[in-house]
Design a protein. Structure first.
Length: 250
């Protein structure tokens, strides 16, 4: 069980907060991006969970069962102010109860606030007052269907959506901003209050501003929401330009 780190001895990076994020091993997007954009005085640390190439329900569950606890335990050794479980699809395919149990287990074991990508998205939508959403992602039809079910089970109305059909977890990072922008336009329903762009291994944060300006609606992405919620749970209230309404309003 982790003890409390003596912050008075910290005079370099992380003097304001330390953020821990557990990531699938194939993720090449979240870590370098988040380290670039976190506010001064905040440090971000990651631990990796081995993930086979194919993004299937079975592989996601296997990653959680065999790698998840070890990654979280590793993160606890740097005494983070918050731990985030950085795999949207993992929570999506296993449901709300699994996600709630995971967050509670982290918080109770290591005595730090905990969040997950899926929970961060829901928290952001609630604060923005968005009840009807459209969902787009780079995922396969199987994971896309699970996403719709997950967000419906959380009480949201899901209208519209689109997906790219990428099954290789490493290649989820391939779509360029133009592709993601067009995906958002294709998937948005005119009656949606907000657009969700799912997956932490996709550069969705690159198109938030453009899509919000075009659609006139908030855009919530896995990358943006996870970082936002982790920062807020760690007591960091800074606004970060270019990351959408959620970072400006909350």
């Amino acid at each position: 069980m982790a003890s409390v780190a003596p912050k008075k001895f910290l005079n370099g990076d992380g003097w304001r907060a330390r953020i821990g994020i557990a990531l699938p091993s194939v993720n090449t997007v979240m870590e370098p991006w988040a380290q670039r954009v976190v506010p001064a005085g905040v440090s971000l640390f990651t631990a990796r969970m081995f993930m086979p190439a194919q993004t299937s329900r079975e592989n996601l569950i296997e990653m959680d069962r065999t790698e998840g606890h070890g990654a979280i335990r590793q993160l606890s050794s740097v005494f983070p102010d918050v731990i985030a479980y950085g795999c949207t699809a993992s929570s999506i395919v296993q449901g709300l109860d699994y996600d709630a149990h995971l967050r509670a287990e982290i918080a109770e074991t290591y005595h730090v606030p905990a969040t997950s990508a899926a929970h961060a998205i829901l928290t952001a939508l609630k604060l923005l007052g968005a009840c009807t959403v459209s969902i787009v992602s780079p995922y396969t039809a199987e994971v896309d269907a699970a996403e719709h079910l997950y967000f419906k089970s959380a009480g949201l109305h899901v209208l519209g959506g689109s997906y790219l059909g990428i099954s290789d977890g490493f290649r989820l990072a391939d779509p360029e901003p133009g592709t993601l922008y067009e995906l958002g336009l294709k998937g948005i329903h005119p009656d949606a209050d907000a657009l969700i762009i799912s997956c932490l291994n996709t550069r969705s944060h690159t198109v938030i501003t453009a899509l919000e300006q075009t659609l006139g609606k908030p855009v919530i992405t896995s990358t943006q929401a996870t970082l936002w919620h982790a920062l807020r749970l760690a007591g960091i209230q800074d606004s970060i330009a270019g990351l959408g309404r959620i970072f400006q309003a909350h």
